[in-house]
Design a protein around this ligand. Structure first.
Ligand SMILES: [Zn+2]
Length: 194
């Protein structure tokens, strides 16, 4: 398993060091610590955090695989189509709880920092995959999950509650769980996916 902890932060630092310079995909991946999902982290920096990272889709003089951050100015959140009211509404709908890992605003940081958990708004379907900014495609997620740190310390669900969740799930979801477990336990270690 490739650890993705902090990879987005490392990519951002790399762009900041090379502000105004064209950088290549392989250098971004190296800077990320070699994570497979570096391109996803780049999209998140752009779509969720407002960094104006340009690619060949934005500028004709960039080749595929080349990226450019010209300015450290971020597009403010209110220009990214999600209003304060929508944010507040989504947080309330989700009970001020991270929809990925389950921590709540104000809980102690499970990764051990002195800060308490802070929540932000994330997309359920990534904007790069056609998701939009409508409230139905938004969810509360903690900053750890938003930064891709969630693999480092997933809270372990307890068995009784986990089984209860699965019993309450749709047949489709139960089948998906079964298939995931079958895949996990019937194949050699290298085929395991998390
Ligand atoms: Zn979380």
């Amino acid at each position: 398993m490739v650890r993705s902890a902090g990879s987005k932060q490392r990519i951002l630092e790399y762009f900041m060091k090379n502000l105004g310079k064209i950088v290549e995909a392989r250098d971004i991946q190296r800077a990320s610590g070699g994570v497979v999902e570096w391109a996803r982290r780049v999209r998140e920096l752009r779509n969720e955090e407002g960094y104006q990272i340009l690619s060949h889709k934005d500028r004709a003089d960039l080749k595929p695989g080349q990226y450019l951050l010209e300015t450290d100015k971020r597009i403010p959140a209110f220009h990214r189509n999600i209003s304060k009211e929508t944010r507040a509404w989504v947080l309330e709908r989700n009970g001020y709880t991270c929809q990925m890992c389950g921590v709540a605003a104000g809980d102690p940081d499970p990764l051990g920092s002195a800060r308490t958990v802070r929540l932000t708004i994330g997309h359920i379907i990534d904007k790069s995959k056609g998701g939009d900014d409508s409230p139905s495609n938004l969810r509360a997620i903690c900053t750890n999950c938003n930064e891709g740190l969630q693999n480092t310390a997933p809270p372990k669900p307890d068995r009784i509650h986990l089984l209860a969740q699965i019993r309450r799930a749709t047949i489709d979801d139960q089948r998906a769980v079964m298939q995931w477990l079958e895949n996990k336990f019937s194949t050699p270690a290298q085929k395991k996916r998390h």
